[in-house]
Each structure stands twice: as C-alpha cells, then as structure tokens.
Design a protein around this ligand. Structure first.
Ligand code: PLP
Length: 397
C-alpha cells in the first residue's frame, strides 16, 4: 500500500473505485450472487440490478437502455464495434481513424487490414486535433465506419467530435467514438455527437476494472454488428457470457455519480490543473505543454521539460505517480510516444512527456507538494541528461 505521502496523479491510466461504488457492489458478492439469466427469484434480483445499471449508463449517454451492451471494458467494446461492423461489410470495406487513437483502436484496425479491409489513419495538427475536413476528404464509396476518440489518453486533447459526427451522418457512414477518457469530465450525449457506437470503461470513471459498455444505436441508423463471441446469446446476442453482475453494478453507480457530479467536479479539477501548471511554469519557464491547452481534458497535463528525459523524471518521483511517454527511454514500450511524434514535435517525442492526470481524489495541498517534487525531479533529470543521452541509442526519428 502506498503511504499517505503518496500522491496519485495517474487518473488516465486508471482511477480508484469510488467508495460508493464499492459499497453498491458488495451485496452482489454475498446475497445477490445468482446468475442474472436464471429465471428464479434470486436470478431476477440480480437481473434487476443489471437493468438498473443499464438505465444509469443509458442516462449518462442520453440513449435507450436497450442500446447498451455490457462488456469487459473499453478494449472489448472497441474490438466489438470495429470488428463487428467490419465482419458484416467484408474485405474491401474502408475505415477512417486517426494516428493518435488508443492502441485498442489502432491494433484492431491493423487486424482488419490483415483481413483485407483498408484503413486511413488521419494525422493531427500541432495541437493534437483531427481536422474535420480531413475526415470529409477521407470518406469514399467503400467507407463504412469512422472511429475517432473524444479525448486522447496521453495528451488529453479533445477531438471536434460533433463536427465529425455531422459529416459522418451526412455521408451515411457510421461513427464510433472512443469516449473512455472523456466521459468522466465531458458530456457525451450520443445524439449531440451523432455517435452510432460509443465505447467506455468503468475503471476510468471510478468504477471497477474489467467492466465496460458499448453503445449500439438501434435506429436512424441501426448499427449492425457481428458478435465477437459465440455462446448463450446474452446482451441481445451481441455479447455472450454470464453477466459480470458486480462489475455491471459498479459501472452503473459510477455512471450515476459522474452524471450527478461531473460539472462541478470538472471545474474543481481544472482549477487544480491550472494551479499546478502555474507553479511549474514559474519555476521552469521553458517547459512545453504538448497538445492544445484550450481543447483539453480538465485534469490532463502532458509536459516536456527541455534537457530532461520524462522517464528519468518519472523514475525519480518516488511519492508521486505520473507516467512518461517517450520515444525509446520508457522502461516499457507502452506505445505512448507515437502520440507525441504525431504532433510533429521530434524534440518532445525524443525526451518524452510527463503525463499528469488529476482526478477526483486530488486536493489543493497535493498540488503544492507535488509541484515541488516535480520541480526537484526535473532538476535531477537535467543534471543526468548529458550522461544519459551519451549512453542511449535513441536517435531523432
Ligand atoms: C483505458 C483506455 C482504453 C482501454 O480501456 P480498458 O477498459 O482498460 O480496456 C481505450 N481507450 C482509451 C482512450 C483509454 O483511455
């Protein structure tokens, strides 16, 4: 267990379960443990919890509860959306996405390319945003689906998803939106963004890991999918497998809390983020914020500190959890550097960005303490940089 000095600034990687979520899940391990597909009273009690959760997720997205399919998380939702649509279209069909999507989208697209579909990966501008005109120009006669994230998990930039949705709707192409990061702090009503498919994950919104949902539009247009799994035909045939009642109940409560508290909470988190940036800028005026600051998740910062490797900074921050994405010096190849490279900043991609994800658990006091620790860590990393860059095999791309 991290001690009480430990500051968690990695809410983009995952979030802790809200205590209210944990509380709501507990009965599902004890009393309401029955299979939600069983027709006896105990099964019906479990099913009732599932349907309450479905209604909560639908309320968050402002859609019909029948349009929600429960999954094991956003990775599965994304795979079901992309591969499910592609399977009905077959080889030769075309998908449009961006170069800075989450790996789940990029790798699902790569798999579809191997199956004979074609994929256009749209670039982003220096601010980290997809241009709607690029989406318009990429759509051709064989295009079946556009998949664009609402907010990026690395640099927090928001995509012009409403404008993109207006285009896909007009051109008669389905839109899948990976809203996994956005949904905790931004309204993602499916009609407002013209999404036909939308993926989300419980553990990014203070719910449990291993639980997520896919919104599948039922009408105008109906999004048709082939399921990934064969089996008992659960979730209207789209996702076979015994329902994860604890995970679904946790997702439902997490969604309810987000819907009720999102606005003031986003404002609070934005103020913490802005204060942190202010302190850091005062001490380190040459820092570079990667991606647009204006079109950004309220809790996100992704900063390159010239003359310091992000991985060194992260490694020396013993009591502050942040993450690094860099071209080659990250301890694990987590694939995050492709996002910084896509911004066209070779210097930033090489050094990496320190990703800070502020969330529900953070306080003003933590901002002050963490800022000082980051400033110290940057000093340490700058001192070590000369030595490190001589030892490294990293070359500018
Ligand atoms: C975390 C994340 C995912 C994957 O979600 P899981 O539930 O962990 O599979 C997909 N897309 C984005 C943008 C994410 O941040």
């Amino acid at each position: 267990m991290p001690d009480e000095r430990f500051i968690y600034f990695d809410h983009h990687a995952t979030t802790p379960c809200d205590p209210r979520v944990v509380e709501a899940m507990l009965p599902t391990f004890r009393d309401v443990f029955a299979n939600a597909s069983s027709s006896h009273a105990a099964g019906r009690a479990a099913l009732e919890l599932v349907e309450n959760a479905r209604a909560e997720v639908a309320a968050l997205l402002d859609c019909d509860a029948r349009e929600i399919v429960f999954t094991s998380g956003a990775t599965e939702s994304i795979n079901l959306a992309l591969k499910g649509v592609a399977a009905l279209a077959g080889p030769g069909a075309h998908i449009v996405t961006s170069t800075i999507e989450h790996r789940a989208v990029l790798d699902a697209c790569a798999a579809l390319e191997r199956d004979g579909l074609s994929v256009t990966y749209l670039p982003v501008d220096a601010d980290g945003c997809v241009r709607p005109s690029d989406v318009e120009n990429a759509i051709g006669p064989r295009t079946i689906l556009v998949s664009i994230m609402a907010a990026n998990n690395e640099i927090g930039t928001l995509q012009p998803i409403e404008a993109i949705g207006a285009i896909t709707r007009r051109r008669g192409v389905l839109l899948h939106c990976d809203a996994t990061q956005a949904i905790a702090s931004l309204s993602c009503k499916v009609d407002a963004i013209s999404a036909d498919l939308l993926s989300l994950s419980a553990h990014k919104i203070y719910g449990p890991k291993g639980s997520g949902a896919l919104f599948v539009r039922r009408r105008r247009p109906r999004a048709r999918l082939r399921p990934l799994f064969d089996g008992g035909g659960h979730e209207r045939g789209l996702r076979s497998g015994t329902l994860n009642v604890p995970g679904i109940v946790g997702l439902g409560v997490a969604a309810k809390i987000v819907r009720e508290e999102r606005e003031p909470e986003a404002a609070r988190i934005r103020a913490l983020r802005d204060r942190l940036l202010e302190i850091l800028k005062e001490a380190i005026p040459d820092l570079i914020v990667n991606g647009s600051l204006a079109r950004r998740l309220p809790g996100n910062l992704n900063i390159t500190f010239p003359g310091a490797r992000a991985s060194t900074i992260v490694a020396s921050l013993a009591d502050v959890a942040v993450s690094a994405g860099s071209a080659c010096s990250s301890p694990k190849t987590d694939g995050s550097s492709y996002v910084l490279r896509a911004l066209g900043r070779k210097d930033a991609a090489l050094l990496g960005g320190v990703r800070i994800g502020i969330g529900r658990t953070n306080t003003e006091d933590e901002i002050e303490v963490a800022a000082q620790r980051v400033i110290e860590a940057v000093g340490t990393a700058r001192a070590r940089f000369g030595e490190e860059s001589r030892a490294s095999s990293c070359e500018p791309a």
